[in-house]
Design a protein around this ligand. Structure first.
Ligand SMILES: NC(=O)c1ccc[n+]([C@@H]2O[C@H](COP(=O)([O-])OP(=O)(O)OC[C@H]3O[C@@H](n4cnc5c(N)ncnc54)[C@H](OP(=O)(O)O)[C@@H]3O)[C@@H](O)[C@H]2O)c1
Length: 181
């Protein structure tokens, strides 16, 4: 069984759609959702659900029963995700899921001097926990979502002619979220 966390989110939803397009049977897929109600749209398509929260390790232990492949989509809750990710990795290791695929990120700088440290810290810790867990793993070095670039450029770019990020000769290697999914 393949379990997708963050299944109600954009990356998780797209991944489930691509698995189905590739011929994976809905009965082989499980969607991790936070409430039963959020699982209705999956169940209507024959996809099973597991209800759990990254904040609640016991719920994760129940959700991971019988899972052979886990797509662990990083939490969107930056304030709490260090502990949340620890819960996920510990639960996956305790249950012994066959293989964990984690959505980490592409970077040049692994140190606290990184301007992205707020985002990077929990990704790096999670990578290390996964590597030390004894689980089989794949760490995806996802690029910045190209879908985010309009937000950096701003709505007034045609009027101002100014792009603030990336600045100067800075470069950006962005990829569509759907391509990474
Ligand atoms: N590479 C990039 O440029 C980039 C940019 C932004 C984010 N990201 C990362 O990629 C991840 C996926 O992106 P996305 O666009 O799919 O995000 P999204 O649409 O905001 O989806 C986040 C998913 O995480 C779930 N979630 C949040 N808190 C949770 C918790 N405590 N327990 C269990 N599930 C929880 C949400 O569930 P609910 O529906 O219940 O809220 C939702 O399914 C993000 O979470 C972030 O770590 C990457």
């Amino acid at each position: 069984m393949i379990l997708i966390t963050g299944a109600t989110g954009q990356f998780g939803k797209l991944t489930i759609d691509f698995l189905l397009q590739k011929g994976v049977q809905p009965s082989e897929i499980l969607a991790l959702v936070r409430t039963e109600a959020a699982g209705n749209s999956f169940q209507e398509r024959g996809i099973g659900i597991r209800v759990a929260d990254y904040n609640d390790k016991d719920s994760l232990l129940r959700a991971f029963q019988g899972v052979t492949k886990l797509l662990f989509v990083s939490s969107s809750d930056l304030a709490n995700r260090l502990q949340q990710h620890k819960n996920v990795v510990e639960a996956a290791a305790e249950i012994g899921v066959g293989h964990v695929v984690y959505t980490s990120f592409q970077r040049k700088n692994n140190s606290e001097t990184s301007p992205l440290w707020q985002v990077a810290e929990s990704h790096l810790a999670t990578e290390n926990w996964i590597k030390a867990s004894g689980l089989n793993y794949t760490i995806l070095k996802n690029n910045l979502y190209l879908d985010f670039v309009p937000g950096f450029i701003g709505e007034k770019v045609l009027e101002t002619g100014v792009i603030y990020v990336p600045a100067g000769t800075g470069k950006l290697s962005a990829v569509l979220r759907s391509d990474m999914a």
